[in-house]
Design a protein around this ligand. Structure first.
Ligand SMILES: Nc1ncnc2c1ncn2[C@@H]1O[C@H](COP(=O)(O)OP(=O)(O)O)[C@@H](O)[C@H]1O
Ligand SMILES: Cc1cn([C@H]2C[C@H](O)[C@@H](COP(=O)(O)OP(=O)(O)O)O2)c(=O)[nH]c1=O
Length: 216
């Protein structure tokens, strides 16, 4: 029987360095001989990427927060069925740039929708599938926004106010405090070399735990 792959998600505010961290861990795991599938949310499938376009494009009229939340979960449902679950079942590790914690942080925290709505959709769409490990890249809001600005044109979320991003960060930190050890907090305000050494330690722990569990 194939051992199920690990499901690892990368979370944090805008521009903190999630993609950079994901690429680093992808290389680290690849070098350790672990098969890895890299993906992102919203997106990850042809349908999901179309929904991403809808969600990120700048609009003249405001988007209803519940419509935004439902679109995130519509993309997520397709993503789980088409890509995430089949990969995990084949023993492939899935590294996902954002997942449901982002719905808690942005739609409940940022947009101030009830947490319970996110919880209900989480149960409906995921059942008992949850990430095995979530890397929370944390840095002051201004640091992330400055890094995101360096990438060019800002999307619909990146144009939000400072108070919105502060609520997002506070919600992520609260989730990490309240979670049952699933989170690994990474201090993303540090220079890249320091972030990299934090990631190397996490990569080493993950490979060790997985090898012990799978008896390899
Ligand atoms: N620790 C760091 N220190 C300085 N710059 C960084 C650091 N991590 C990432 N960056 C840079 O910040 C920008 C945003 O990083 P990225 O990984 O795309 O963030 P995210 O995926 O969280 O939006 C990129 O130009 C990246 O090279
Ligand atoms: C997955 C997800 C993303 N988002 C938002 C956060 C991001 O602003 C946006 C796109 O994600 P992403 O491209 O990862 O943002 P960035 O690289 O700029 O940090 O989607 C939500 O609001 N809810 C969600 O559930």
């Amino acid at each position: 029987m194939t051992t199920r792959g690990l499901f690892i998600t990368f979370e944090g505010g805008e521009g903190v360095g999630k993609s950079t961290a994901l690429e680093y861990l992808q290389r680290y795991l690849g070098a350790a001989g672990i098969p890895v599938q890299v993906t992102r949310e919203p997106g990850g499938t042809p349908l999901g990427e179309e929904i991403r376009q809808v969600l990120l494009s700048v609009r003249d009229s405001p988007v209803d927060p519940l419509a935004e939340l439902l679109l995130m979960f519509a993309a997520r449902s397709q993503h789980l069925t088409e890509k995430i679950c089949p990969s995990l079942e084949q023993g492939i590790w899935v590294l996902c740039d954002r997942f449901t914690d982002a719905s808690y942080a942005y739609q409940a925290g940022g947009r101030q929708l009830p947490m319970q709505w996110v919880q209900q959709l989480e149960e409906l769409v995921q059942g008992d599938l949850h990430p095995d490990c979530t890397l929370l890249l944390d840095a002051p809001v201004e640091t992330g926004i400055e890094r995101a600005r360096g990438r060019g044109e800002l999307d619909r979320f990146e144009r939000e106010q400072q108070a919105f991003f502060q609520r997002v960060r506070d919600t992520y930190l609260r989730l990490a405090r309240e979670s049952s050890g699933r989170y690994r907090l990474v201090d993303a305000s540090q220079p890249l070399e320091s972030v990299t050494s934090q990631l190397e330690e996490i990569g080493r722990d993950l490979v060790r735990c997985w090898s012990e569990e799978s008896g390899t």
